[in-house]
Design a protein around this ligand. Structure first.
Ligand SMILES: NC(=O)c1ccc[n+]([C@@H]2O[C@H](COP(=O)([O-])OP(=O)(O)OC[C@H]3O[C@@H](n4cnc5c(N)ncnc54)[C@H](OP(=O)(O)O)[C@@H]3O)[C@@H](O)[C@H]2O)c1
Length: 319
């Protein structure tokens, strides 16, 4: 079983594989097309399976339904009698068309939506805002000082922006805990555009989002391309592009999975959190209980160095 890891240079310990609850903003109408409804029973079961399998880390955001995903997460944790001390929650401020001072005006909304669970990690969702990164970091430091949040993170920042955030926080004696970025075996650009190297150098955790390429790396679409029909046009466009190109990769994941008596998607997650030492953790999305169980199961076996390298080699085209 993989051990818990420290978020950056903080004292917060997380399971290397957490669960992303972006889809828990779902429902009807326009949003329902992107994020279908996940019933309360299923959400509760996802939390149950997560904790049963050693997962203690959950990712949400203001932008995921402006409180819906956060509230749904809090309710499902409560339904499972999870205490605040046993869970690590990351949420994010939506910076577009806003200034940093908006954080102090909206932080109590986040706290209320999370219904008594602390914000263990507060991230700037993306580096697009009316304020500079430096001003945003100062504002986050203020929230930390006022005990509204427990640690500071960023998301979708490139290497230079991450360094700026780190430097500004360092002046204030605060570690930059994590940079949440798109990273999977079919999207490996952080390995070549300095994001990963910079994170390693600065001691910042990389949180990989969309680690299963929306389910593609489980092999389910290769086995049943018809399933694509039920997906949004955006999803279909990206998946179709990767479907053909990822056949050799998914075949390799499937072969390696067989030798460990696990599933290809679990091998993909295990690779992600092990290939670069302990710098990378990940947050696969779950809309069904079995998905949380499988995500947790991805922490229960060890890939050999030869297997890790074989997977890296076969997915080289995605670098
Ligand atoms: N910071 C950012 O800008 C950003 C952007 C995107 C996402 N995120 C975060 O990252 C999390 C995960 O990202 P994501 O949902 O885009 O991508 P993902 O984790 O690659 O894909 C999740 C989807 O894959 C399918 N899936 C998951 N486990 C499976 C399994 N064991 N077997 C078969 N299918 C499985 C499910 O599809 P079905 O629902 O169809 O079953 C699920 O909704 C989000 O919840 C969010 O917290 C952050």
């Amino acid at each position: 079983m993989l051990e818990k890891r420290t978020l950056g240079k903080t004292n917060i310990k997380v399971s290397p594989i957490g669960i992303g609850v972006m889809m828990w903003m779902g429902g009807r109408g326009l949003i329902g097309r992107i994020a279908p409804d996940v019933s309360d029973v299923v959400k509760n079961d996802i939390i149950k399976e997560s904790f049963a399998g050693g997962i203690n880390f959950f990712d949400t955001a203001e932008f995921y339904g402006f409180g819906r995903s956060e509230t749904n997460l809090a309710n499902a944790l409560k339904a499972n009698n999870v205490e605040d001390k046993d869970v690590v929650i990351g949420t994010k401020w939506a910076p577009v068309l806003r200034r940093a001072r908006n954080m102090r005006r909206t932080i109590n909304n986040r706290i209320n939506y999370l219904g008594g669970y602390a914000i263990d990690l507060y991230m700037i969702h993306q580096p697009i805002s009316f304020s500079s990164i430096k001003t945003e970091m100062k504002e986050l430091a203020r929230l930390l000082e006022n005990k509204k949040i427990r640690s500071v993170g960023i998301s979708n920042y490139n290497a230079k922006q991450m360094r700026t955030a780190h430097e500004e926080l360092e002046k204030l004696g605060i570690p930059l805990a994590a940079n949440q970025v798109h990273y999977s075996l079919v999207r490996r650009n952080i390995e070549t555009d300095c994001i990963l190297d910079t994170a390693k150098e600065l001691g910042v955790t990389i949180t990989a989002y969309t680690p299963l390429a929306g389910g593609l790396l489980t092999g389910k679409l290769h086995n049943n391309p018809e399933a694509l029909k039920n997906k949004s046009s955006m999803y279909r466009m990206v998946a179709k592009r990767n479907l053909e190109e990822s056949i050799p990769l998914v075949e390799t994941l499937t072969e390696i999975a067989k030798t460990h008596d696990v599933l290809p998607g679990q091998v993909a997650l295990n690779w992600l959190v092990n290939y670069h030492g302990d710098t990378v953790i990940t947050i696969p999305g779950a809309t069904k209980a079995y998905q949380a169980k499988e995500a947790a199961g991805a922490m229960t076996f060890e890939l050999s160095k030869a297997e890790l390298d074989e997977i890296a080699d076969i997915s080289e085209r995605f670098l």
